[in-house]
Design a protein around this ligand. Structure first.
Ligand SMILES: [Zn+2]
Ligand SMILES: [Zn+2]
Length: 354
């Protein structure tokens, strides 16, 4: 095995470079993974160019697939993980000791580590991760598609927070990759009317090509009226806010029917102010509002990562149309800069290693 590798290294705000660095060695309980693909999350771009990382240097990338090439000293892989296994990598490393870890609510862990934001992630040729964070890929699942397991699980988590019923009218605000994955999940769960809202016509066009539902450009059409029309004059049974813009949380509350549900999962890009009329609607309609964060990966009631992998494997969830760009890792910095400038319509850019 080579002693150095290519990696995208973040040295400071906006300063990301492709360089050769030492291959990380696995410690006890860890595996060394040859990365096959790392998908660039919508959150990676503001982390690199706007907010910065927790420390530098840092290798970003938390949507990763690859193959186990070595195990740390004294580390046993377990029944389904061994050298040679193709895996998806869960980026959240819970502390294992806090009150929320004890109930399996790892997303609420008070002292977690995270590959790609707190520790080195997958925008590199090799990655070290705890064996417990690895899931074997189902036979036949393309590792490039498997790199989208994380957003697929995150989308499933948001949908489960909202509780879809057959026959529901579901409105989704934000038509990026996450919004389009949410649309696929809610259709699987029985929603029969789906409304997708965005201001970006290219994203809406992508959703139309995938037959995900009715689309509305909220630049020129009022999404509240569209939701009322689709929802029998009342509004949507469930609204999932996946845009994180200043106006969209307010729109989500307005689009839900009386006694409806709203899931808020878009990271707000700025402070959000709610009008008095909207807060009054929230009270009078007795809305159920839930946040959604990360995904759940305990065995019961549902390991969202296992479900996501199964649905990706037989393409009941189809991420192929979402992969708008496949880019060699060495050109990753240029791809990130393109996303930052919004130079091209993007759902997901996947960095691939040959
Ligand atoms: Zn992500
Ligand atoms: Zn914990």
């Amino acid at each position: 095995m080579s002693v150095d590798m290519g990696a995208l290294v973040l040295h400071g705000l906006g300063d990301i470079r492709y360089e050769r660095i030492a291959v990380p060695a696995p410690g006890p309980g860890q595996a060394q993974i040859r990365v096959a693909a790392a998908s660039i999350c919508g959150s990676d771009v503001p982390r690199i160019y706007q907010y910065g990382a927790y420390h530098y240097p840092l290798i970003p990338g938390h949507e990763v697939s690859g193959r186990v090439v070595a195990l740390g000293p004294g580390t046993r892989g377990g029944p389904d993980i061994a050298v040679g296994t193709e895996v998806a990598v869960k980026p959240l490393i819970p502390c294992g000791h806090c009150a929320y870890c004890h109930i399996g609510a790892y997303g609420q862990c008070s002292d977690y580590d995270y590959l790609g934001s707190r520790s080195d992630g997958g925008m590199a040729e090799y990655l070290v991760a705890p064996v417990d964070n690895l899931l074997p890929l189902p036979t036949g699942l393309d590792p490039v598609e498997a790199s989208l397991c994380e957003p697929t699980a995150v989308a499933l988590h948001a949908v489960r927070q909202g509780g879809v019923e057959p026959g529901d009218c579901v409105a989704i605000i934000g038509c990026g990759a996450i919004g389009m994955l949410i649309a696929q999940w809610v259709r699987i769960m029985g929603a029969d009317r789906i409304l997708l809202v965005d201001v970006d016509e290219a994203k809406l066009e992508m959703a139309r090509r995938m037959w995900l539902g009715q689309t509305v450009n909220s630049h020129n059409t009022d999404p509240v009226i569209a939701a009322q029309q689709m929802g029998g004059g009342l509004g949507a049974d469930l609204v999932i806010e996946a845009a994180g813009a200043a106006t969209t949380i307010e729109q989500a509350l307005q689009m839900a029917r009386p006694l409806g549900r709203v899931v808020v999962m878009g990271n707000p890009a700025a402070d959000v102010t709610l009008s008095r009329a909207t807060v009054s609607q929230l009270l009078r309609k007795e809305l159920t509002v839930r946040g959604a964060w990360n995904s759940s990966f305990v065995a019961l009631p549902t390991d969202e990562w296992h479900v996501a992998l199964r649905y990706l494997a037989d393409r009941r969830i189809d991420v192929r149309p979402l992969i708008t760009h496949r880019v060699p890792l060495a050109q990753g910095a240029q791809a990130l800069a393109m996303m930052q400038r919004r130079a091209e319509p993007v759902a997901r850019v996947v960095l691939v290693n040959d």
